[in-house]
Each structure stands twice: as C-alpha cells, then as structure tokens.
Design a protein around this ligand. Structure first.
Ligand SMILES: *Cc1c(COP(=O)(O)O)cnc(C)c1O
Length: 526
C-alpha cells in the first residue's frame, strides 16, 4: 500500500493533467519556434507578391462589378471547420484569393453608395500592415505608439476647438465613442454615484429622479444602445421633434426638458447630430448648446461622418458650435477614409473623464520611469484594456494625405450630392424622399404615365415600394451600384450616401440611367 499523503514521484500519465510536463521532458519541443517563418527569404518573397497583388487590386477594382454574388461552394468552404493542421502560407493565400478577396462588400469601389461606409486608401492599408508588425498594445505604458495617439488627439482637440484639458482616444467607432461620452455624462449627473451604485430610479418607468436624455427620431441607433448599456434604459431617450430639414428643433428640446423636470425626471444629456444617417441633417449646435445650458444638461455630439466637414473651409460653418460640445464622437473610418476600424471620443472635462473610468488594479500599477511609466493611460479613459494601434493608420493617413485633401474630398461629395439631387428633380420618373443638403440623396422611381401628368397615381403605394425594392436588388446583384435601402414613412427608396472619394460624376450618371432603365423594364403592366 502506498501512503496517500506522499505524492507519487512520477504520477502515471493517466493522472497527469494534459499539458503538464514530465519532469524529464525537454523544455522545448521540435515544433518550438514554428510560429515564425522557417525561412525568412521565402516569407519575404511571398510578402512582396502579396503587396503586388494588393496594389493591382486597388488600381483596377473600378473595372469590375461593385459586388459579386458569393457562389455556393465558397459559402460551403467557409462554413466548414478550419483545417486541423498547418498549411503552407501559399496554400492559405490561395484560399484568400479564391474565397475572400473576390467577395468583399465593394465599399472600396467608386459606385459603392450604401449606408455610411468608408472607402479606405492604399496608404491606410500600408499603415495597417506596419501596425501589424509592431503589434502594439496601446492600453497604456510608455512607448511611441502611445505618443502617436496623443499627438493625434492633440490634432483632434485643435481641429475641433477643444481645450488642452480635453481627453480622448481612438475607439472602435462612433458607437463606442457615444457609450464613453454618455458614461462620462452619467458620471457627472450622478456626482459619481452611478459608477458603484447604478442609476437612481432605474427599472421604474417615470420614477422620480430618473435620468432622461434627448435625441431626434433620426438619431443613430447606437444612441439608444448606449442608453440601454449604461443602464438608463432606451426608454429614457426621449425623441425631440425635427424641423423640415431633418435637424433637431432646439425649442422643442427646451420644452421637453422643462416638462420632464416638472414631472420629477432628471434631464441630463442631449445627443445632437452633425450629419444624420438618414439625410445628412446638421443640428444647430449653437442653439442646442444654449438650450442645454439653460437646463444644465450635457451636450454630446454625434458627428460620425459629418466631422470631416470641419476640414473643408466651405463646409466647416455647418459645424459651428461643435467646439462647445461636452463630448464628441466621430469616425475616422467613414469620411476621413482611414481603414476600419477607428472612431474617436473627445471629452471636454478631462478630469471627469478620468474619474469615470480611472483607478487601476494592482497589476496595472505605473512606475516613475521605464516602460511601465505614464500617468494617464488610455485604459483610464474607457472600458477597453488591451487596445490595438488603431491610431496609427489615422495618424499615418493624415500625415501623408493632409487634412486639406480629406476636406476637399468631402466637399466634392457634397457637390456630387447636389448634382444627383438636381438630376432627380429633373427626371419626371424620379423623386426625392428626403432633403438632400449634405452628401445623402434618398430617391425612388415612380413611373410617369402621362406627359401632362407625370406623377399620376398608377401604382399603389405597395406596388411602388415593391418596384423600388426590385430596382435596388437588381442594382446590387448585377454589381452595378450599391445604394442602400431606406424607408421614409411608408415609402421605400434608394439611399445614396456620397462619402466615397473614388466616385466620379460618370458613376452618378450610370446610377441614374440604371435606375431609369430598370424602373421602366420592371414596372408591372396594368
Ligand atoms: C455610422 C454612424 C454611427 C455609428 O458609428 P460606428 O462607427 O458604426 O460605430 C453613429 N452615428 C451616425 C450618424 C453614423 O453615421
């Protein structure tokens, strides 16, 4: 019998936990080091080849369709399990060439007009590659990547007229930036109690002391999501009526806030929008600021794509008042053309920002110098600890292209939207579904039956919607152009968002011709 209190010198393999090393086994195995290339020269040659293909793709993409249907075999291959063992680099690249590269969404193509997608730049792609080699973790500590991000934030502060004390960072996108901005607003409104105790009045609709905030019905979905995530409840986001141009009615905001306060609720934040996703409406930030001040509420600005207008002297006045926001959220991956993903949050009151998220665990203690130094780390400003080097591609793109070129490109898009809107107004068979004052044009096809009465009701509202749905689907599946679907009230239409620096006038002409031709060929005959 063995004494159970004395452990076996060498437990039988049956009892050894998997991964546990036999005491006599060598420390390294034959496959050790296999995670780096076995032959650097071969690797280098493959890299050069990939770079050539990448440049080729950028150069010639406009010649192909915007979008190509994904063949069933491709779907099947991508749905199966991953290969169990290692494969040669070339083998993996071949899979990429056959199954991935040909079937991307098309947002780098000049005729991609859907949603609000960025079209990227070749320089940005190069930056992504470089960032991959550094594999920086920018959660904190003292290294150049942190300084690069801080330099970029300095530029952001200056560009948007924020004070030096304002703090910010690069986040995944405007959705995350809005969560961060509103978290700071909530922290301020509850004098810090929300961080540990949650939000007063939670769970009881209309409860005394419940925090409520404001945005228009055209405000982005991510605002509601932020209210949900922050425990305020999406119902605590109250819709402010809009003016005819789709912007927030600041006077209505004032009335709502006053009424809510009288009802025992606590108005704490308004989310103004600079560039609404529906039609590019720009809120009157100067007036909203005044109303917000009168009611003691935080002004968060969602300028997801609209922020780029600040880089154009002609468009910048539309963002007047943005410099007085308490927090600002916008994207570098939309109208700034940096590769996905990169958004930005900037908070005027840096101290409040740090108080909202700061306070580090023991294992993240800073040292006075060396790699563990640094007073404020990006992880003190948001919920993320490990963070990639998202700032790099933005910094790189701005350094290389210059802010002026990015602003000029936005200006071109606005002129193109004006051109498209004029064409729509001129064509008897097309109509605008929303104001088109910035870079977004919502339109639909509507058959003209009679020269003298072009808008005669020939189709029911349902038929008209079905027809436009079909037109859009044909545009998409034939790879001609990609507007996105939009509903305006009961009307279904095509939404053309021009934030693509590759789009040319000829692309818009092609779109209009295609819509007219498809409309005429698809219209049901009575
Ligand atoms: C795209 C967009 C968002 C969300 O930004 P993400 O980068 O997708 O998270 C918010 N607001 C507006 C107006 C947008 O266009």
């Amino acid at each position: 019998m063995t004494d159970p209190s004395v452990p076996d010198e060498e437990p039988s393999s049956k009892h050894r936990r998997s991964g546990e090393r036999r005491p006599d086994a060598p420390l390294e195995s034959p496959s050790t080091g296999r995670l780096d290339p076995p032959d650097w020269d071969t690797f280098r040659a493959t890299c050069h080849q990939v770079v050539d293909e990448m440049v080729e793709r950028f150069q010639h993409q406009a010649e192909g369709p915007v979008w190509t249907p994904i063949p069933a075999e491709t779907r099947e291959r991508l749905a199966g399990p991953l290969a169990s063992g290692p494969q040669e680099l070339d083998q993996v690249l071949d899979r990429v060439r056959t199954d991935v590269l040909p079937f991307t969404l098309g947002n780098t193509h000049p005729r991609f007009f859907g949603w609000v997608h960025g079209s990227g730049t070749p320089a940005g792609a190069l930056a992504e590659f470089l960032a991959g080699t550094m594999n920086a973790n920018t959660g904190g500590r003292d290294h150049a990547p942190i300084l690069v991000e801080e330099q970029l934030m300095g530029w952001v502060r200056e560009t948007f007229g924020f004070p030096d004390e304002a703090t910010g960072m690069v986040v995944s996108g405007t959705s995350m930036a809005t969560i961060v901005g509103l978290a700071v607003a909530r922290h301020g409104a509850t004098e810090g109690r929300a961080r540990n105790q949650g939000t007063p009045g939670i769970g009881v609709a209309g409860a005394e002391g419940r925090l409520v905030g404001y945005a228009t019905a055209d405000g982005h979905q991510s605002i509601r999501d932020a209210f949900s995530l922050l425990g305020l409840g999406a119902d605590a986001l109250r819709p402010v009526p809009m003016k005819a141009d789709g912007s927030m009615d600041p006077e209505a905001l004032g009335r709502l806030a006053a009424q809510d306060r009288a009802d025992g609720l606590v108005p704490f934040a308004v989310v103004a929008t600079s560039g609404s996703v529906t039609c590019g409406a720009m809120d009157d930030l100067v007036r909203i600021r005044e109303v917000a001040d009168a009611h003691g509420i935080w002004m968060h600005v969602d300028a997801a794509f609209g922020a780029a207008a600040r880089l154009s002297p002609a468009l910048a006045p539309r963002l007047e008042g943005i410099e007085r926001a308490d927090s600002l959220a916008f994207d570098f991956h939309k109208w700034f053309h940096a590769p996905y993903e990169a958004g930005c949050v900037l908070v005027r009151d840096g101290e409040l920002h740090r108080a909202t998220f700061g306070g580090r665990a023991d294992y993240l203690t800073s040292l006075d110098e060396g790699p563990a130094a640094g007073e404020t780390w990006p992880c003190d400003l948001g919920p993320e600890l490990s963070r990639g080097f998202r700032a790099f591609k933005v910094w790189f793109t701005l350094q290389h292209l210059g802010a002026e070129a990015i602003g000029a490109s936005a200006e071109t898009n606005v002129r193109q939207a004006g051109y498209l809107a004029r064409r729509v107004r001129r064509e008897a068979e097309l109509e605008l579904l929303a104001p088109a004052d910035l870079n977004i044009v919502c339109l639909r096809y509507r058959p003209a039956v009679d020269e003298d009465e072009p808008f005669a009701e020939t189709l029911s509202a349902r038929e008209l919607n079905a027809l436009n749905r079909e037109i859009l689907l044909e545009l998409h599946t034939r790879g001609l152009a990609i507007p996105s679907p939009i509903r305006r009230g009961d009307a279904f239409g095509l939404r053309v968002c021009l934030c693509n620096h590759r789009t040319r006038e000829a692309d818009l002409d092609l779109l209009v011709s295609a819509v007219l031709e498809l409309g005429r060929s698809l219209v049901p005959v009575a």
